[in-house]
Design a protein around this ligand. Structure first.
Ligand code: 3PG
Length: 377
């Protein structure tokens, strides 16, 4: 994918570079719980420091405009020297950026603290653009949002892809040209957002597996009783996909009742008082040879309710993929959180920072943030 890249820019000394980063990380009691996204922006920040740029880092955290990025800055500070410049986003930041020494950097407050961000308000985009002479998008995970800091700023500044952003586009682009045999695995919830993706990939991957809560929607549409299991806001009863024989589904499930009595059974044997929480060992045994023979594997979304401790089969699946010779492309915030404790990230072909952004990219082949860079000033 042809993109203007910041690494092709050789004249950065003394320039103010405004970086949009993926800073939306889980925080508990003021402490960042998972730094994967922060680690992913370090190559771009180190490059800018070496090049002598005066860097302003911006991003969002959560959905509440009152949330602050201060703990995120503190977490990033452990890996690279970066000053916190809190407070409202005003024109004073432009002068503060000018006053930075060459190679220094600072982080400003949550861009969603201002309503103009999500509304992609032009005046707000111009204000953000005044913080830099050059814009860099290294926030692939947020680039499915047509917000001011993603698509507005490139209208006013020369704009480039950051190092991780460019890598995401390149690596996820490989999913469109899978080597045969190929395997597509989709889990998690929210069928409504994943339906077009399943339709697309079931058509050209050798095997397509749908697990997690997504499988509940299919079983429900097929008339199976799924007890009190989680379902999406979509009714698949008339959809051809619910009976599409190309789709592989879990062959066994882990269920539990209100008293947390868990058992493993088949999908057609779920009692009315039970909830399906995970796949089972036979499902992983079914997937094992497909994983072993695959040359390309794309996986987004856990196989079970991992936040509630039902992570066994997601982890088994991850371990098989890590051992396989396939080029594997893995993403989704939940998937990455579920498998990170295994310490296997460097055994996968590529781990995406994107959750929703990965899904939209795989469905459409582009994102609003990519289009904005291509059409930038
Ligand atoms: C994500 O976490 O998927 C991205 O940071 C986007 O966040 P959002 O869903 O709040 O826009």
């Amino acid at each position: 994918m042809e993109l203007p890249r910041i690494t092709d820019n050789t004249e950065l000394r003394g320039k103010r570079v405004l970086v949009r980063a993926s800073l939306n990380v889980p925080i508990e009691n003021g402490v960042v719980q998972n730094a994967f996204r922060l680690e992913s922006v370090l190559p771009t920040l180190r490059f800018l420091r070496e090049a002598g740029a005066r860097t302003v880092v911006m991003g969002h955290i959560g959905r509440d405009p009152k949330e602050t990025l201060e703990p995120v800055c503190a977490a990033l500070e452990k890996d690279i020297h970066i000053a916190w410049h809190g407070g409202p986003l005003t024109g004073a930041i432009a002068a503060a950026a000018e006053a930075l020494a060459d190679g220094d950097m600072m982080m400003v407050e949550n861009v969603r603290s201002a309503p103009g961000e999500t509304e992609n308000d032009e005046a707000f985009a111009k204000l953000l653009a005044s913080f830099g002479d050059i814009y860099v998008n290294d926030a692939f995970a947020d680039s499915h949002r047509a917000h001011a800091s993603i698509v507005g700023v490139p209208r006013f500044l020369p704009s480039y892809a950051g190092i991780t952003f460019a890598k995401e586009c390149e690596e996820l682009g490989k999913a469109f040209e899978p080597q045969t045999p190929s395997l597509f695995l989709l889990g998690g919830a929210k069928f409504e957002t994943k339906l077009p993706l399943i339709e697309r990939f079931a058509g050209f991957y050798t095997h397509a597996f749908v697990g997690g809560a997504l499988a509940n929607d299919i079983w429900k549409a097929q008339g199976l009783r799924i007890g009190r299991s989680k379902v999406s806001d979509i009714d698949l009863s008339g959809a051809p996909l619910a009976r599409d024989e190309r789709l592989l589904l879990p062959t066994d499930v882990t269920v539990a009742d209100e008293r947390a009595n868990a058992r493993i059974t088949t999908p057609d044997d779920v009692r009315d008082d039970e909830i399906i929480y995970d796949a089972g060992p036979k499902t992983v045994a079914m997937l094992a040879p497909l994983i072993a023979e695959a040359k390309t594997i794309v996986w987004n979304g856990p196989l079970g309710y991992f936040e509630g401790g039902y992570d066994a089969y997601t982890k088994e699946c991850a371990t098989l993929i890590a051992k396989s010779a396939a080029h594997s492309i893995i993403g989704g915030g939940d998937t990455v959180s579920a498998i990170e404790p295994l310490g296997l990230n460097d055994r996968f072909g590529f781990v995406s920072t994107g959750g929703g952004a990965m899904l939209v990219f795989l469905e459409k082949g582009t994102l609003p943030g990519i289009d904005a860079l291509r059409g930038s000033k």
